[in-house]
Design a protein around this ligand. Structure first.
Ligand SMILES: C[S@@+](CC[C@H](N)C(=O)[O-])C[C@H]1O[C@@H](n2cnc3c(N)ncnc32)[C@H](O)[C@@H]1O
Length: 244
């Protein structure tokens, strides 16, 4: 089996079509903004991708975004207003000033990082009284993920790279953070068969990059054969807010 690293340059052009910024996204955005008190703050979005969070915060906050994918950043540049500063940089060693930020946010990115290094960097970048905010999947999400039946290794792959709530809390504490507050949030979604097949064909999530070609092809054929007209599924979010 060939193990690869997720390639976000390759999915940049289709990212926003295959993972749309829909009503669920905006609902979660409101929750995260409120719980982590993002509005009006100096915010760094680590792994900012195509720039949806920085663009949403820009009218009310001073925002910076970093990402290690040049292609994702190119998509972000097209979207964000001129006052957002974007930089090609890694979460583990961001070339940014110590104590400069009030908030450091990771939205669906910590499963891709060397977390101890990234969290130590976040603590360095935060001013006294600052907060790190991690938005990720709660591990319950992986049990019933709608693609598990077609790609049987998905659950194990994601359980291995996503921290549980307890592990995440420990990782933040070990990086020097004080109090860590955990918030869970549950959403439902429904997609039609055509959308589901487009997501599979476009390998819309990085878990696909960790399958070998034969596994991917088998799953794709199985899904083509068996996917119902509509797919209903649940999303279980975990938001961690850590005090510097
Ligand atoms: C799943 S996407 C999430 C993007 C965005 N936060 C969102 O929610 O739409 C993960 C992003 O993290 C970036 N990334 C992966 N490893 C990284 C690293 N070591 N440092 C910075 N960014 C990284 C990827 O390039 C990609 O843009």
């Amino acid at each position: 089996m060939v193990l690869r690293r997720p390639d976000f340059d390759a999915r940049a052009a289709t990212y926003d079509d295959l993972r749309p910024q829909d009503d669920n996204w905006w609902e979660l955005f409101e929750l995260v903004s409120r719980e982590a008190d993002l509005r009006g703050q100096r915010v760094l979005d680590v792994g900012c991708g195509t720039g949806r969070l920085v663009a949403a915060l820009a009218p009310e906050s001073s925002v910076w975004g970093i990402d290690s994918s040049a292609e994702m950043l190119a998509m972000a540049r097209k979207r964000v207003p001129a006052n957002v500063k974007l930089k090609l940089a890694r979460a583990e060693d961001p070339p940014l000033k110590d104590s400069w930020f009030d908030r450091v946010v990771y939205w669906l990115v910590v499963h891709l990082l060397d977390r101890p290094a990234a969290f130590r960097a976040a603590r360095r970048l935060l001013a006294p009284g600052g907060r790190a905010c991690v938005v990720t999947f709660d591990s319950t999400y992986f049990s019933d993920f709608w693609l598990n039946q077609y790609f049987p290794r998905f659950e194990a792959i994601d359980r291995a790279r996503f921290s549980t709530a307890g592990e995440l809390e420990n990782e933040l504490r070990e990086a020097g953070f004080g109090q860590v507050r955990l918030v869970r949030h549950h959403q439902r979604d429904r997609i039609d068969r055509e959308t589901a097949l487009a997501k599979i064909a476009g390998r819309h999530i990085s878990t696909f990059d960790l399958l070998d070609d034969a596994e991917y092809e088998q799953g794709r054929i199985l899904a083509e054969r068996n996917l119902p007209a509509q797919v209903d599924y649940e999303i279980h979010w975990l938001v961690a807010i850590a005090e510097r």
